[in-house]
Every structure is written in C-alpha cells, then in structure tokens.
Ligand binder design. Structure first.
Ligand SMILES: [Zn+2]
Length: 232
C-alpha cells in the first residue's frame, strides 16, 4: 500500500510546480525514510535485490565505453530520471555500485594502478548547473572515486556552451554538430600523462565521450576510457 502511495506521489510530482514538489519530497522523507523506490524495502533508496534485477547491457563495451546496463531497462531509466530531474541524489551510490560491479576484471586490474588514473565526470554547462544545483555525473563519480581509490578532478574539463540534450536530438549528424567545440580544458597540468576515466549517466551514440576524449588527449592525457550507467 505504502509503495503504491510512493509511486503515485512520485508520478504526480511530474505535474506539480517545483515548490510543491520539494514540499512533497520533504513529506516523503519524513513519512518514508529511505525506502527502495522499486519494492519499498527499508533503508536503501534502491535495495540490493532490485539493483541486481537491473539488466546486463546488450553491449558491455564499445570503443572503450563500459556500460553497466541499457537505458531501456525500466528501473535503470527511472533511477537516472529521479537522480537527474527529481533531486534524488541518494541514487548516485547504487548506480556507482552497479558500474563498479559490472566492470570487466581486466579493466579493474588496469585501474588498480590508481595513481596513474584520474576520474573526470562529464560536466554540465554553467547555466544547467545553476538550474539543477548539482551535476549528477559528479555525484556518481565521487562514489566511484571511493570504491576505486582513484581521484576525481572536476576543475579540468568544462562545458563552454549550453547544448540541447543529446538524447533529444534524433538526427545523428546534428547530434555530432551539437557538441562541436562545446567543451574546454583548463589546468591541463593536472591530467598531463594521466589515464582518464570519463563518467557519464547515459551514452547514446558515444558522441559526448568521443568529443571529450579528443580534447583530453590533445591536452596531454594518455588513455581515455569511459564508464556510463546506461547505453541509450
Ligand atoms: Zn527493492
């Protein structure tokens, strides 16, 4: 019953103004402190059992982009949506856990040389960051940092212009042009000679990773791999 209520409140929150929604969330936290958003089990926003039910990706690796699942997995999609658009920041941890568990052993082995690696979350534009108040990929990156003992650096890669969401652009060519020259690098010495792990929530065509990989390499990075929650 409580779970049905949570679902209906979360779903109705899509239609209410932001202020009301924040009040709803506050109310939810008091009445239902940390319950699994899928099954309602206590103490975790996404319990172990439901985390494990998330599908394996149809393509675990492509062009050194490692995905934990596919975007059409219902619960993964909902978790990303809640984390990104509804401020459910607690979901960053189980999603980071999922990435970590599904990495091939060879990748885990190569990044065990932690000092040579740096984690860089795909940044948001200043405008988007101000609107949202946080960068969801940075939250995931921070948890991964802890799990893998690799430092996260956020002051290197930045987004120059606000581009429409890649997922919203259907045409492949337009998607590529959308990103052209949209990222920049500062403090390049922090990544000189380092291997990079890029973190993103969803990768559709891999265009964002390709573009950022290119500029990181030209700024002196060695290997650039990427880990994403879901392949779109
Ligand atoms: Zn659950």
């Amino acid at each position: 019953m409580a779970q049905i209520l949570i679902h209906s409140i979360i779903n109705s929150a899509k239609r209410v103004p932001k202020k009301v929604h924040l009040a709803t969330r506050f109310f939810l936290n008091i009445i239902f402190p940390q319950k699994c958003f899928v099954c309602g089990a206590k103490n975790k926003i996404l319990c172990e059992k439901c985390l494990m039910k998330i599908d394996y990706p149809s393509l675990p690796e492509s062009n050194k982009i490692f995905a934990a699942t596919d975007y059409n997995d219902e619960f993964a999609k909902k978790a990303i949506w809640l984390l990104k658009y509804r401020g459910v920041k607690l979901l960053a941890e189980p999603l980071a856990e999922l990435i970590c568990r599904r990495l091939p052993p060879s990748v885990k082995y190569s990044i065990s040389d932690a000092l040579n690696w740096v984690i860089i979350p795909i940044p948001l534009s200043k405008k988007r960051l101000k609107q949202r108040g946080y960068n969801q990929t940075e939250l995931i990156a921070r948890y991964l940092s802890n799990k893998m003992s690799v430092k996260t650096k956020t002051g290197v890669l930045y987004k120059l212009k606000d581009t429409p969401s890649q997922v919203s652009i259907k045409d492949r060519e337009k998607r590529m042009n959308n990103l052209k020259d949209s990222f920049g690098i500062k403090n390049a010495e922090a990544i000189n000679g380092k291997n990079i792990i890029l973190i993103d929530d969803v990768s559709t065509t891999g265009a964002t990773i390709r573009e950022t990989r290119k500029i990181l390499r030209s700024a002196g990075a060695k290997k650039v791999i990427a880990m994403v929650v879901a392949r779109g």
